[in-house]
Ligand binder design. Structure first.
Ligand code: PLP
Length: 354
């Protein structure tokens, strides 16, 4: 099996450590560990290794699923990995642009048909999914809310996509790691029926990426097969991550309210900056990511990002990492002062190149 390099992670590995401002971080600024009890007692494995049954029942309930239909993982990343290892034998349909693992993993395991979202709206057409599904399609993959555009496909669209999947006996896997940032999130795909699977975690909406904690919710048979794979990957979720994530999930209303308010303020600030500079963007509905159109005078996203980095020590993510070279991704979930520094340097750069 061969897997393509994860272009976005390779870009960050090359530039992030030495740059002054990270303006492409895809999560909400991290919460302080001091807000939580960080002592889980003994540092053995989490037992049972799927995760505490009571906590799984709570997360499962949120998805209209039981504890047995919920598996705790090392981040959403592992939840997606286990889902793909379980599901992809022949063919997957993936809505793009999207987070790199949602194309890279299925492409390593089988054939992939990409269904592209297009500017300026980046909306999802359920009929395009129907047209891409083949008799041997194992799974359709959507990140909703989308990374990198921030588009949040509505309930009717997701239901229509689900019906097309169910008609063909195909699973719908929805990466919902940004879902709880929406003030009124639509129902999770795992609650749609027997072909619905949701992945998520506390990295993005909660601002707790360092916990490396996530979940996979879906039909019992899929979960059992994923748990079998997990015995070979990480065995159990991280003990401290599990301990703190439980507190965060119990207090989710107040944490999410705080994070949503933070993100809304930053979004308003970014929007007025982009208006002032006349830059087109994907106008995100939800989350902390947006695509910005590369202004005239640059060969593409990577050329824009490399010039900005060299001149202002600010990191954006090149659209080439998402197969969209005319765009760059910005992340606006960071601490407000850092956002201000990043925007003022980006503004100085644009003034020089205008
Ligand atoms: C859509 C999406 N899914 C999953 C991940 C990875 O999440 P986690 O930190 O929970 O593993 C990311 C990270 O950027 C993401 O954007």
């Amino acid at each position: 099996m061969r897997i393509a390099p994860f272009a976005l992670e390779r870009w960050f590995a090359e530039v992030e450590a030495d740059a002054d401002v990270m303006l492409a971080e895809s999560g909400v600024r991290p919460l302080a560990a001091a807000r939580f009890d960080t002592d889980p007692g003994g540092l053995g494995y989490v037992i049972p290794t799927a995760g505490d049954a009571g906590f799984r029942a709570t997360v499962g309930d949120h998805h209209d699923r039981s504890a047995e239909e919920t598996l705790f993982t090392c981040g959403t990343q592992e939840a997606n990995l286990l889902a793909f290892l379980t599901l992809v034998e022949d063919h997957a349909v993936v809505v793009t642009p999207t987070y790199g693992s949602l194309t890279g993993l299925p492409e390593a395991l089988g054939e992939v048909t990409r269904v592209p979202l297009e500017a300026p709206d980046w909306t999802l057409d359920p009929d395009a999914i129907a047209g891409a599904i083949e008799p041997d399609t194992d799974v359709v993959v959507v990140a909703n809310p989308n990374n990198p555009t921030g588009r949040y496909h509505d309930a009717a669209t997701m239901r229509a996509v689900y019906e097309h999947c169910a008609d063909n006996g195909t699973y719908l896997l929805c990466d919902e790691v940004y879902r709880l940032l929406a003030p009124e999130p639509i129902a999770p795909v795992a609650s749609f029926g027997r072909y619905g699977i949701s992945t998520g975690g506390v990295s993005k909406a909660f601002g707790l990426a360092g916990l490396r904690f996530g979940w996979l919710c879906g039909p019992r048979a899929v979960l059992a097969a994923a748990a079998n794979w997990k015995d070979y990957t990480t065995i159990a979720p991280p003990k401290i991550g599990h301990h703190v994530a439980r507190q965060a999930f119990e207090n989710r209303e107040s944490i999410l309210e705080e994070n949503r308010a933070h993100v809304a303020g930053n979004r308003t600030r970014l929007e007025s900056f982009l208006e002032a500079y006349g830059l087109a963007w994907s106008d995100p509905d939800c989350g902390v990511n947006a695509f910005l159109e590369v202004p005239d005078g640059f060969a593409g996203g990577e050329s824009f990002c490399r010039s900005l980095l060299a001149e202002e020590s600010v990191v954006l993510a090149p659209g080439e990492a998402f197969d969209r070279p005319a765009w760059v991704r910005i992340g606006f979930g960071l601490v407000r002062e850092e956002l201000e520094t990043g925007l003022s340097r980006l503004g100085a750069f644009l003034d020089r190149h205008g």
